[in-house]
Design a protein around this ligand. Structure first.
Ligand code: PLP
Length: 373
């Protein structure tokens, strides 16, 4: 059997060796549980009731075989209505959904224009696709337009141009200029795919994501959204929303959907319960608490005011050292290093949640300033 000591040693020398730790360390500034739903009683109670009423644990097979349960169907109908799409399709994870989406939809002769900072799962899907692809500079609408001009020259007759972006970028916490990108999609007859992993539950007038306003204005005719369910939604999974055609096509061609055991029915049920919560008055209150924590941090540390605040420190060692000092002071904060972020931009990534208080964040800023002169 092949062994990997050389590679692992190199990672260690570069300070990029990663290991798993189950230790929970201090104030949570790391998880993506933005609304504090993941560990709360609401979802725990919903799970208990689901099983008390006889819900199955495992799905038993792929959705196209016997794995298709009522809970999946109910969630997808609920989610389509909730997000204002014709149809929705549920995957076991956002990673799996992104790969399925990009591998299945863009075909040979198509061109994908993607933001250079899209998530690894979208990159993997794009790489697996038979379509050509062009990288555009992060959030730079002029560069997107230049890339679309090139895409127009490359696309086959009858082919499709796709634009792939995130609504809130996972490592920088900045927002995509969705209105301008949508206008470009119209001008170049492209379809805009928006990964709402970090937007759903938190952004938009009713917490449906940054694209909520776009959907209200234009519908899903040239839009596809992916709502991952393991962050603000507090469960796990990925919901793809789009036109009936797109969803029907994915059911018939997406390998990650066809050849994979369906998600646990309870997972689908809990995602639905969570969306119900997010749409309720209590959900609005959680978003409001989170917004005040974000405002307080923005005031002290700058940034875009979103719930993801990068503190870019540059060298890996500086980020590691700073994270270690803050961990010792009682904060669960981690250094994020390449290849997750570009070389020379190692950082602390503050992930804010409705569970935090303004007082805790003010204390964090004081501690940070004391430790890092
Ligand atoms: C932007 C983005 N898309 C997709 C994913 C993958 O989602 P999941 O964690 O549900 O697999 C992530 C997760 O980190 C993400 O940040």
């Amino acid at each position: 059997m092949k062994t990997f000591p050389g590679h692992l040693k190199r990672l260690e020398e570069q300070g990029r060796y990663r290991s798993l730790s189950s230790e929970v360390r201090g104030v949570d500034l790391t998880s993506n549980d933005y609304l504090g739903l993941a560990g709360g009683d609401y979802l725990r109670e919903s799970a208990r009731r689901f099983f008390e009423e006889g819900g199955a644990v495992g799905s038993g097979a792929s959705r196209l075989l016997r794995g298709h349960h009522e809970a999946h169907l109910e969630l997808e109908a609920f989610a389509a209505d909730y997000f204002g799409a014709e149809r929705a399709l549920f995957f076991a994870s956002g990673f799996q959904a992104n790969i399925a989406l990009f591998q299945a939809l863009p075909a040979r002769g198509d061109v994908i224009v993607f933001d250079e900072l899209v998530h690894a799962s979208a990159r993997q899907g794009i790489q697996a696709s038979a379509a050509k692809h062009i990288k555009a500079r992060h959030n730079d609408t002029q560069d997107f337009e230049d890339a679309l001009k090139r895409a127009k020259e490359l696309v086959s007759s009858g082919g499709q141009i796709w634009i792939a972006v995130e609504s809130v970028y996972s490592m920088d916490g900045d927002f995509a200029p969705l209105e301008s990108l949508y206008a470009l999609a119209v001008a170049y007859d492209a379809v805009l795919i928006v990964d709402e992993a970090h937007g759903v539950g938190v952004c938009g007038p009713r917490g449906k994501g940054v694209s909520e306003v776009l959907v209200q204005a234009h519908g899903y005719e040239r839009l596809i959204t992916l709502h991952t369910c393991g962050k603000a939604i507090g469960v796990a999974g990925g919901l793809v929303c789009g036109s009936a055609d797109v969803i029907e096509y994915l059911i018939n061609t997406a390998r990650g959907f066809i050849y994979s055991t369906a998600p646990m029915p309870v997972q689908a049920h809990l995602v639905q319960k969570s969306l119900e919560f997010i749409g309720s008055e209590e959900g609005r209150q959680r978003r409001q608490s989170l917004a005040s924590v974000c405002d307080c941090v923005k005031l002290k540390l700058g940034g875009e005011g979103s719930h993801i605040v990068p503190i870019i420190l540059g060298a890996d060692e500086v980020a590691l050292r700073t994270a270690a000092a803050l961990q010792a002071a009682g904060y669960d904060i981690r250094a994020v290093r390449p290849p997750t972020v570009p070389e020379g931009t190692a950082r602390l990534r503050l992930s804010l949640s409705a569970n935090l208080t303004q007082a805790q964040m003010e204390q964090f800023v004081r501690d940070y300033n004391l430790l890092i002169p």
